[in-house]
Design a protein. Structure first.
Length: 323
């Protein structure tokens, strides 16, 4: 996507992109590009879901074939488990949305109890985890269940970002009778486009500059605020060494190490641990150090939805530590 979903965990997407190397799969998929003319045709090589070929139950044996379909349409990989009620709830919602999609995107359902190596490939820490794959690479993700409204918006953003790049999306939308957005009808803010392009090429400093320029003129611009928080974190997460977690654990008085370790933990999907670390640090330090830690923690909160229960709990703990 042009930039990570501002409503979901940017860190999870970053962690997945580092954890999963699908380059070999993509190379093989490139050779098969012309053969996969439609989502339905592409799905023929994987187990289907009865009369809906764009819903597949994936095994370790069929995973490669499903990923190769992401050259035509996005593949939404649901990594769940039968023992998890949240997995079953999210699977039901995704299956309902996919059934009505006409094949504009493919739902690939993975039972991690039966296919644990797929979860290992994606670095999954908890179930359910949902990953969007396009052109053979993970591009966006979120952990845990979300309500149908958020899920619908996430899918819509995914299709909007990829419609001009993946040829099967429009065909699927036409098949489903969904309105297809004409290119000339899309009015994009060139300032946001410039920031997103900088983010996409990994120039997080430039992205921060673009977003900051927007906020200097429009302080309430929500997309710019969200984008700035994402770009700041992405810059830090790219440079952080996961080994800093051990260093921070052995040196609780080292504020810089605690801040870096919290970034590494968020990037590694250990969100609760990161929040707890910084709240504990706030309790130990005073003055300017306390302000630094508090500000850093609040910045991490901005990477997540305001109603994320982990954020709500950490905000309460922070308030208790401060007052």
């Amino acid at each position: 996507m042009t930039r990570p979903d501002p409503r979901k965990t940017a860190a999870l997407s970053a962690a997945l992109s580092g954890a999963v190397d699908l380059g070999a799969l993509k190379a093989r998929a490139d050779a098969a590009r012309t053969a996969a003319a439609t989502p339905a045709a592409a799905a023929a090589s994987a187990p289907d879901n009865g009369s809906v070929p764009w819903i597949v139950d994936v095994t370790e044996a069929s995973f490669q074939a499903v990923v190769e379909q992401s050259l035509q349409v996005p593949v939404v990989v649901l990594l769940g488990a039968s023992y998890s009620p949240e997995s079953q709830q999210l699977a039901a919602s995704l299956t309902r949305f996919a059934s009505a999609s006409g094949g504009a995107w493919i739902l690939a359902r993975v039972d991690l109890e039966a296919s644990p190596r797929i979860g290992q490939a994606f670095g999954v820490q908890s179930v359910p985890t949902t990953v969007a794959v396009a052109a053979g690479q993970p591009i966006d993700a979120f952990a845990g269940p979300i309500d149908d409204g958020e899920l619908s918006q996430w899918i819509a953003r995914l299709l909007d970002a990829l419609r001009e790049r993946l040829p099967g999306i429009r065909a699927g939308e036409a098949r489903a009778g969904a309105p297809v957005v004409a290119e000339e009808d899309v009015v994009e803010d060139p300032r946001i486009v410039a920031a997103e392009e900088a983010f996409e090429r990994g120039d997080y400093v430039a992205a921060q500059g673009y977003y900051s320029e927007i906020l200097a003129v429009e302080p309430a611009h929500e997309l710019a605020k969200e984008g700035l928080a994402q770009a700041r974190f992405a810059e830090r997460a790219e440079a952080v060494d996961p080994a800093v977690i051990g260093k921070a654990d052995s040196a609780p008085e080292d504020v810089d190490a605690q801040l870096a370790a919290a970034d590494a933990e968020v990037a590694g999907q250990m969100v609760d641990e990161a929040f707890s670390r910084l709240v504990a640090t706030v309790r130990r330090v005073y003055g300017e150090d306390r302000d630094r830690v508090r500000s850093h923690l609040v910045g991490l909160f901005e990477l997540f939805p305001a109603d994320d229960p982990r954020v709500a709990a950490a905000r309460r703990s922070l308030a208790s530590a401060l007052y």
